[in-house]
Design a binder for this molecule. Sequence first.
Ligand code: ADP
Ligand code: GLC
Length: 480
Amino acid sequence: MSVLFVASEAYPLVKTGGLADVAGALPPALAEAGEDIRLLLPAYPQALDGVVNRRDGRSMGDPFGIGEVRLIEAQMPDSGLPVYLVDCPVLYRRDGGIYQQASGEDWPDNHARFALLSQIAARMGNPLEGGDWVPDILHLNDWQTGLAGAYLHYYGIKGVKTVFTIHNLRYQGQFDPSIMQVIALPQEAYGVNGIEFHGAVSYMKSALFFSDHITTVSRTYAQEIQTPEFGYGMEGLLQARAEDLYGIVNGIDYGIWNPETDRLIAQNYSIDSLDRKMANKRALQREMGLPVDDDAPLLGFVGRLTEQKGVDLIAENLQYIMSAGAQIVFLGTGDKRLEDFLKELSSSHARISARIMYNEEIAHRIIAGCDMFLMPSRFEPCGLTQMYALRYGTLPIVRRTGGLNDTVTDLNEKEGADGVVFDVPVPQALGKAIGRAITAWKDKNEWRQLQQNAMKKDFGWDRSAQEYIKIYRKPRRVRV
Ligand code: ADP
Ligand code: GLC
């Protein structure tokens, strides 16, 4: 089977969050398992610079009447996996973020930028387009690829199966109906049995409606999104498609996230040399300008500063964290209010330190150097950072939701305890969880056991890859 894996970001070329980690690691794991898999990404400047063996590919014409599109062929830098880059300079070659301008606003032409990615994916599945490699399966990811199934349908491209993975249902790609004039779909596509959703065009709805199979990145999230609390209006459609909906938890890339080999941290260590982890704590305290103190529990947060991640719940507990004699470090960007708040705290409190930036290296050092990792997310489709933290023996404090529920085992469980899990997303519940963690941390033997449980857990991608392969092998959906 040949598979085209389509995404709007992929590590190490371009990354804003976990989707990039997945798009960077899952396709090579699938290739390793024997699939004939290639990637399709927009030709952002970072992608053009980062790939190797770049060759000018074929022209895909001028599908939206805004400029010629070429399909550049290349390879991914680490894995050597074949990658196609959709080159449309007017849409993708620009400074700023991949979804947002420097000011933080979404690019006003995101509807065209990601419609084009989806259209090219669909057309690559058409043997009549003349490509020398034609996928049997399109593996699509998040709303940015959501129109691909619609293009297949309305362009009459048969014989390609679609698997759509939801990484985050909160972002749906919702646009004004006037975009129908731009995206080269027939007007009839704008309807209930098409891409329309409550008076708008919804790329996510299109994906959920047209895809043969739907997956999401943990079992718990697969259940949650069928309820109004987590479904953001899509719960009805997801319930209707429950038979085609699967939860497959993400893995982590041990080539990048492994305390034994990580070159970005002060001191390598393993499950058998956990004493060496302390050197990372001291180095982190120094780097972040905190008092170097082995006896102060060190808590860390790395992630997008958004409501999803529950940073406000941490903020409400800072007083308590200080009174418990602990220290805390933050690394993240996002909500301007939270950014300013953390900056201000960081400059006025000796034991609070925040870096408001995106920085892979500091992320590794926080995950290696802290004692505990905070992830009190309101919702979390999978979450990768808690798995990184487990691997580094940095015990996660998480809310029981989505992938956090599927990957972290609470202290009170008899077997495999490796973190603290709390239920209700209110500050008091997080405070209690932090208190339980600090109590456990003070008992060095207990803590060592928990760390060993954490580091022993296997989050290799191979297992998830096998589950995706099972879905690739399923027959296409019969539509009635
Ligand atoms: P999400 O995709 O919802 O943002 P995940 O936990 O799945 O959450 O993945 C987040 C990824 O982005 C991780 O690899 C994490 O280390 C990284 N990350 C997030 N914010 C930052 C930051 N400010 N600096 C460096 N890495 C970051
Ligand atoms: C999303 C989710 C996160 C998940 C990631 C990769 O960004 O917010 O929970 O780990 O995608 O699937």
